[in-house]
Design a protein. Structure first.
Length: 195
């Protein structure tokens, strides 16, 4: 029984671990330098350059340099027009990517500036509406159907003996999960809107 194949595997794994530690320490220094940059766009460019170097190094190690080649590479000779169009296409792609990154960074900054702050309700969000009853009908179930001067139609949730008459002033108030109508007499009735 020989231990040579196992020793080769151990030596290779130690060698790879040492290389990995050395490369990550260099990248860690570069990442630390990127962290010191204040501008979001410049910091992102710094991270992108580190990522590009890592991808090209991985492609060289694997022996295939296809990852390092541009996406739109063609075989044979290129004319000046095709070179110009590929350069302009690359510029357009980089510009659109830069715009997307800038928009994402601005959105993130906006989110971070609002995060944890109390959300203020707009003053136009009304919690109650006052109006006048224009028509009163009874449903087949005995609930009052009320037509208001503002065009809304409300129905009582439960039938009851209430004296609701036309030309009466009411106030509909929004509650947590329902609405409540206060009559002139001070009586409160649970209602829901049907139109």
């Amino acid at each position: 029984m020989t231990w040579e194949p196992a020793m080769k595997i151990v030596k290779c794994s130690i060698y790879l671990t040492i290389l990995l530690c050395l490369s990550t320490s260099v990248e860690a220094d570069e990442i630390t330098d990127c962290l010191a940059i204040d501008s979001n766009l410049a910091r992102l460019d710094c991270y992108d350059s580190i990522a590009r170097r890592r991808v090209s190094a991985a492609a060289q190690e694997s022996g295939s340099d296809t990852a390092a080649k541009p996406r739109k590479a063609t075989l044979g000779k290129k004319s000046k027009k095709s070179e110009q169009s590929s350069v302009s296409q690359t510029t357009i792609e980089e510009t659109s990517t830069t715009r997307e990154v800038t928009k994402a960074a601005e959105k993130e900054e906006g989110f971070l500036s609002r995060f944890g702050k109390k959300i203020k309700k707009p003053k136009t969000d009304r919690q109650s509406v006052s109006s006048r009853v224009t028509s009163v009908r009874k449903s087949p179930m005995g609930n009052h159907i009320l037509g208001l001067a503002n065009g809304q139609t409300w129905v009582e949730n439960e039938p009851g003996r209430r004296s609701i008459k036309a030309e009466q002033s009411i106030t509909v108030t929004k509650k947590l999960l329902s609405f409540e109508m206060q009559l002139e007499s001070g009586r409160r009735v649970a209602v829901h809107r049907i139109d």
